[in-house]
Design a protein around this ligand. Structure first.
Ligand SMILES: [Zn+2]
Length: 120
């Protein structure tokens, strides 16, 4: 996804944004979201993230930041919880993700799925 911000004349306030190269899935960093909310071009709720371009681009938040199981993508409380989950639930399973030998990972982004564009 590419996002271009436009500023009002003679001001550093964002007047509008333009979004292109929209992928179906996108990872948004918390920093990006905070900036968008502060500058007024993102609406962020528990389940959705809306970029207020014209037309608006709406994403469903699939997973927020946190610990996740590499086998089943279940959300885990912390690394202790992760170890316990992998040992008990996936004890005999072969790990396919070699970048996370522990069997769980820590995501630092919001994994989002784009909805169809809506008007208005
Ligand atoms: Zn699991």
């Amino acid at each position: 996804m590419r996002l271009k911000r436009f500023f009002g004349f003679g001001t550093d306030e964002v007047s509008h944004v333009n979004v292109s190269d929209k992928n179906v899935y996108h990872n948004f960093s918390p920093r990006f979201i905070v900036r968008g909310v502060q500058e007024g071009w993102i609406t962020f709720t528990r389940d959705t993230l809306t970029i207020k371009s014209n037309p608006p681009v709406v994403y469903t938040i699939v997973r927020g930041p946190g610990h996740y199981c590499c086998f089943c993508n279940e959300k885990l409380g912390d690394s202790t919880d992760g170890k316990l989950h992998v040992e008990t639930v996936h004890n005999k399973e072969e790990l396919t993700d070699s970048t996370h030998p522990s069997g769980f990972r820590k995501d630092n982004f919001y994994f989002c799925h784009r909805e169809d564009e809506v008007s208005g």
